[in-house]
Design a protein around this ligand. Structure first.
Ligand SMILES: Nc1ncnc2c1ncn2[C@@H]1O[C@H](COP(=O)(O)OP(=O)(O)OP(=O)(O)O)[C@@H](O)[C@H]1O
Length: 259
């Protein structure tokens, strides 16, 4: 069996918003080219942890951190970190699509153009590849210059994934995978995640245990400690976690065990 390399190493990491501690003493190694799910009860800091991995938290409030998060050995909380570059390498897709009021093409091209100039033919290739990788090419290839906001909700999410993929991230963070989507749109996104499995490290937050068991290789369970601060309760292979769940007769094992 090949050795699993850590894409992200989190060591004794705590995060405060305005001196209010949100997550405490999290240590976890996130494996490269694997899918890791983050689960746990509402408000225990799952999204905050996800946002800490590319410092999106700093766009949302006054943040203080303790401990370290290393991305292939580089401390992302170090002084010299280029945040734009970091957020391209570790890219976030949100539950609610956040497209620009631009064409389908221009939405996907947006981040690529920010990095630097590409000849039109080169840019066309990058856009096409990203749309194909996000399983949406067939649905949009004849209307690339129409507004992205005319797409269905599920298509908009896949377009956000295409936009993230266009800048060739190494890690894709997905907050609340498929929240509020109908079963067909959900299955298209789940298929897409399956297809991306071999190319990327994916970390997603989900409340859907069935989805977590089907899609993820590893699962991180967050919960509250006695002071109502979010903590990592368990990190293990998803298969192991789920089989324990059945052994203990809990459908919602991951949620209940650490209360
Ligand atoms: N920008 C912010 N400023 C201050 N507090 C925040 C901020 N964002 C989140 N929090 C607080 O941090 C705690 C954890 O929130 P977070 O969104 O990370 O939880 P979650 O586990 O993802 O919840 P859910 O499953 O409901 O989405 C909550 O108490 C929330 O109010």
């Amino acid at each position: 069996m090949s050795k699993i390399i850590s894409a992200i190493q989190v060591k004794n990491f705590s995060l405060y918003y305005e001196n209010h501690k949100i997550i405490e003493d999290v240590s976890i190694d996130i494996p490269q080219n694997q899918i890791t799910a983050i689960i746990g009860p509402s408000g225990c800091g799952k999204s905050t942890f996800l946002k800490s991995l590319n410092r999106i938290t700093e766009l949302e409030g006054k943040v203080k951190t303790e401990g370290t998060i290393e991305f292939f050995g580089q401390n992302i909380y170090g002084r010299r970190v280029n945040l734009n570059r970091l957020r391209r390498q570790i890219s976030t897709v949100y539950a609610k699509p956040n497209l620009f009021p631009l064409s389908i093409y221009d939405n996907v091209a947006y981040g690529v153009k920010l990095i630097g100039w590409n000849p039109k033919t080169e840019l066309d290739k990058i856009i096409q590849l990203a749309l194909k990788s996000a399983n949406i090419w067939e649905e949009v290839k004849n209307k690339l210059h129409k507004s992205a906001l005319e797409l269905s909700y599920g298509q908009q999410i896949r377009l956000c994934i295409a936009r993230a993929l266009a800048v060739k991230p190494q890690i894709l963070l997905i907050d609340e995978l498929c929240a509020g989507l109908d079963p067909l749109a959900t299955s298209k996104i789940e298929e897409l995640i399956e297809c991306l499995r071999s190319e990327l490290t994916i970390i997603f937050v989900s409340h859907n245990i069935q989805q977590v068991s089907q899609l993820s290789d590893f699962t991180a369970v967050f919960n509250y400690n006695e002071h109502q601060i979010g903590q990592l309760s368990e990190f293990s292979a998803t298969k192991k976690l789920i089989s324990h769940s059945f052994e203990h007769g809990h459908r919602d094992y991951a949620y209940t065990r650490f209360r």
